[in-house]
Design a protein around this ligand. Structure first.
Ligand SMILES: Nc1nc2c(c(=O)[nH]1)N[C@H]1C(S)=C(S)[C@@H](COP(=O)(O)OP(=O)(O)OC[C@H]3O[C@@H](n4cnc5c(=O)[nH]c(N)nc54)[C@H](O)[C@@H]3O)O[C@H]1N2
Ligand SMILES: Nc1nc2c(c(=O)[nH]1)N[C@H]1C(S)=C(S)[C@@H](COP(=O)(O)OP(=O)(O)OC[C@H]3O[C@@H](n4cnc5c(=O)[nH]c(N)nc54)[C@H](O)[C@@H]3O)O[C@H]1N2
Ligand code: SF4
Ligand SMILES: [Mo]
Length: 710
């Protein structure tokens, strides 16, 4: 039986899949690749369900045009011509910035999308750029820019060589290591324990990860920055600031240590919900461990003090001697060095105060916060967004205050969606362009290889022919070329067509050859060597690279950047005003069998118990009069929803937890399996005004809510 090997594109883990199939392409079995040096046979239920994704009758196989009688299938030539005309017409009438773009999460998983998006953005030249970043890891990018001089220098916890991992706001048992590409993340983390090291989880919920950790502490949501300032206080007070070589290339140590003196553990104990003793222990462990690291993910990002938290993670690594050191926070240099490449292209990142027309939030790296998209669409004036391209995204469910954004989307003059499905966002579009399934396209993990715990590279050929959809790279290049032609910008059209003809294969080959392990630099790597390998090519562990790779003008890591230091006053004001401890707050949760707002149309993933439930602590259930298994009403300033309650002491009292990405009961959506168990969207209650004001990231976690029986 023929066997096809490829790297899974469904999450950050980069598992190598082994797909057994018939000569006609009928899939017999999807499994992990046991001989793969990287993922070593690991696969999760989503990886297996890549087959369902491919064979799903609801997966779009033809472009769709909205008509008064609903969507009708049309051919690709007509679809692309209509897209170019429609976008150009909006720009003719209202100016260049009137067409906005939203770049969804799956784009980060495909080299073809990343390259295609760059082409399209160049031709669009619009200020109205939005992406999932501002509901995700923007605080990490913001902190990396300020501390290390480049938005992508945010580092990877070196879990393979450490003795101690503090996990803050991440649940790798469900999420397979978001921002920590590691194949089998569970094996790598339990490996720390097997070596005699320790895993400590600080999370408002006793997660699946917390269940296997050596210790878990229930933190009050949104107080990580306070916790880390108090930990720094302990390190300073107990004279534990490391005296290693990092001091030669770090500035601002004294300033940040002086700042921490304002935060003795006793001052933050009530707000964080952790005793002063616990905070001291957390600090001492980090300092005592020979090698230690902090793995901080979405729970520290999508909250009101995400920027501060991301920054303090770097500070704690530095002052314990764990920055850019084996077993600490490492800064990988992948086979295609995206950091060097983006630096060369001048894309280190920058903050643009006043970028938004409709709020005080800053822009970052030429993007506006997703929390402002609805207002950008509905607020009249120069630059009002009247046309939109949504690329591999579902902001109708993924953005804060979903109903508000849905209503705004419905007012657009022209909206093109590029997706695998007629999802809740595409169902509101005028034109829908179907992307190829993951098994129909070539793949190089351009984005994710730079957050991997080892230097890895892999190539995947398309396994199956196209069946009506097209590779995103081709769609994006054709959209860009079509718009350039419609606007008579012939130079751009030639350039886009040129890059399109070169193609993703040759671009990846050139970048590999020029990369740190490439043929042109004395290494052996090019596309041919990768393509000849059935498995992931493992190029070893990351190596220390500072100060040489620091991208600040003075080649120093800045531990006390002015905007972050200044933002501590906002945190202190919230602490003193008692704002950090509302009676009841909402947090999210992820499940192994779900992927943000998609993969819910896979029968094998959807089966089993209901996963879209609200976890409520028994004390809160009694207090608010809600009952296990019955519906309750969850409300916030922004909205309300009804959801079944699951009483559980795995959440902290005063905290309720609801997963996001559900709510598949919208009109016009074509997700027939998901519609049988639609669930509700957590973003029906999240609030577009509840944000990290420093970075513009939506605070999806820690949102004040009320709860009542139905
Ligand atoms: N309340 C709350 N909201 C959240 C979060 C949370 O924790 N809580 N998490 C946030 C985070 S971290 C993220 S990343 C965002 C995600 O937000 P989005 O990126 O907007 O949404 P996804 O749900 O990932 O939807 C991805 C869409 O892309 C389509 N797709 C998949 N693969 C491809 C492909 O190869 N090509 C194309 N063209 N389309 C494809 C899928 O069908 C799906 O419709 O949600 C955010 N929203
Ligand atoms: N199965 C599956 N895997 C996924 C995804 C998916 O939807 N499903 N999504 C992918 C994406 S886009 C991303 S970004 C990653 C995210 O990967 P993770 O960051 O691991 O995401 P979560 O599993 O949501 O874990 C976040 C944790 O933060 C906790 N938390 C909430 N608020 C706070 C807080 O204020 N402080 C602290 N310390 N903790 C808090 C939550 O209780 C939760 O346990 O996962 C990726 N992998
Ligand atoms: S863990 Fe992620 S990469 Fe691995 S099989 Fe599951 S979805 Fe795919
Ligand atoms: Mo994400």
């Amino acid at each position: 039986m023929p066997v096809h090997h490829r790297t899974c594109t469904l999450c950050d883990a980069l598992c190598r899949l082994r797909i057994d199939h018939d000569d006609d392409g009928t899939i017999r079995r999807v499994a992990g690749a046991p001989d793969d040096p990287w993922s070593q046979g690991h696969i999760c239920p989503k990886g297996v369900a890549i087959q369902d994704l491919h064979t799903d009758p609801d997966r779009l196989r033809t472009p769709l045009l909205r008509t008064p009688d609903g969507f009708v299938p049309i051919g690709w030539d007509e679809a692309l011509a209509r897209a170019a005309e429609g976008l150009a017409a909006v720009r003719r009438a209202h100016g260049r910035d009137a067409v906005g773009v939203y770049i969804g999460n799956p784009n980060a998983h495909h080299a073809g999308n990343l390259l295609g998006v760059v082409l399209l953005l160049q031709v669009l030249g619009t200020r109205a750029r939005f992406s999932a970043q501002s509901v995700d890891n923007l605080p990490h990018l913001y902190a990396a820019l300020h501390v290390f001089g480049h938005q992508l220098l945010f580092g990877v916890p070196d879990v393979d060589r450490t003795d101690h991992v503090l996990i803050l706001g991440a649940n790798p048992w469900a999420s397979n290591g978001g921002g920590l590409s590691s194949g089998d993340v569970r094996k790598r983390l339990t490996g720390v324990q097997a070596r005699g090291g320790r895993l400590v989880v600080v999370d408002p919920r006793r997660t699946e990860t917390a269940a296997i950790a050596d210790r878990h502490h229930f933190l009050r949501p949104g107080t990580d920055a306070l916790l880390m300032l108090a930990m720094l206080h302990v390190l300073v007070a107990e004279d534990r600031i490391d005296d290693g070589p990092w001091r030669a290339w770090c500035t601002g140590v004294d300033e940040v240590c002086a700042l921490a003196r304002r935060f003795p553990p006793e001052r933050v104990a009530d707000a964080t919900g952790l005793s002063a003793d616990t905070i001291r222990t957390l600090a001492r462990e980090l300092s005592d461990a020979p090698r230690a690291t902090i793995y901080a993910r979405i729970g520290v990002c999508t909250q009101r003090f995400g920027g501060l938290s991301a920054w303090l993670v770097h500070v704690l690594h530095a002052v314990t001697g764990n920055l850019d050191r084996e077993g600490g926070l490492m800064f990988p240099r992948p086979a295609i060095d995206t950091i060097a490449l983006t630096r060369w292209l001048g894309a280190r990142g920058h903050v643009t105060p006043g970028a938004s027309r409709v709020s005080d939030l800053p822009g970052f790296a030429d993007e506006l916060p997703l929390a402002t998209l609805a207002d950008e669409i509905t607020t009249p004036g120069a630059g009002q967004v009247r046309g939109l391209i949504t690329l591999a995204g579902n902001p109708a469910l993924s953005a804060p205050d979903g109903p508000r954004l849905q209503a705004a989307l419905d007012t657009l003059d022209f909206h093109v969606a590029v997706d695998l499905y007629l999802n809740e966002t595409a169902a509101r579009a005028h034109l829908v362009l179907p992307a190829a399934s993951p098994l129909q396209r070539p793949h190089y993990p351009l984005g994710l290889a730079s957050i991997a715990v080892r230097t890895v590279a892999s190539w995947s050929e398309p396994m199956l022919p196209l069946d009506g959809g097209r590779d995103d790279f081709d769609i994006l290049a054709d959209l860009a070329a079509g718009l350039a032609a419609a606007e008579r910008r012939h130079g751009w059209r030639l350039l886009v067509d040129g890059v399109h003809r070169v193609g993703i294969r040759r671009v990846v080959d050139l970048l590999l050859r020029a990369g740190p392990h490439g043929r042109w630099r004395g290494g052996g790597l090019d596309l041919a060597t990768l393509a000849a390998s059935a498995h992931t090519v493992d190029l070893g562990p990351p190596e220390p690279s500072f100060p040489a790779r620091l991208a600040t003008p003075d080649r120093r890591a800045h531990l006390a950047p002015a905007p972050l230091v200044a933002d501590v006053a906002r945190l202190e004001a919230a602490l003193d005003a008692g704002e950090l401890a509302p009676p009841l707050v909402l947090i999210g949760r992820r499940d192994l069998r779900s992927n943000n707002s998609w993969m819910h149309n896979s029968p094998r993933l959807l089966k089993g118990r209901d996963r879209c439930t609200l976890l409520v602590h028994p004390d809160d259930a009694a207090r608010y009069g809600v009952v296990d298994g019955q519906e309750a009403e969850l409300a916030s300033r922004a909205g309300r929803l009804r959801v079944p309650v699951e009483v559980s002491d795995t959440v902290r009292p005063g905290v309720v937890s609801l997963p996001h990405g559900w709510g598949h009961d919208h009109d016009g959506v074509r997700l027939s399996v998901a519609a049988t168990r639609p669930g509700v969207s957590a973003n029906d209650v999240t609030d577009h005004t509840f944000v990290d004001a420093l970075t513009g990231t939506a605070a999806l976690s820690g949102l004040p809510v009320t709860l009542a029986p139905v």
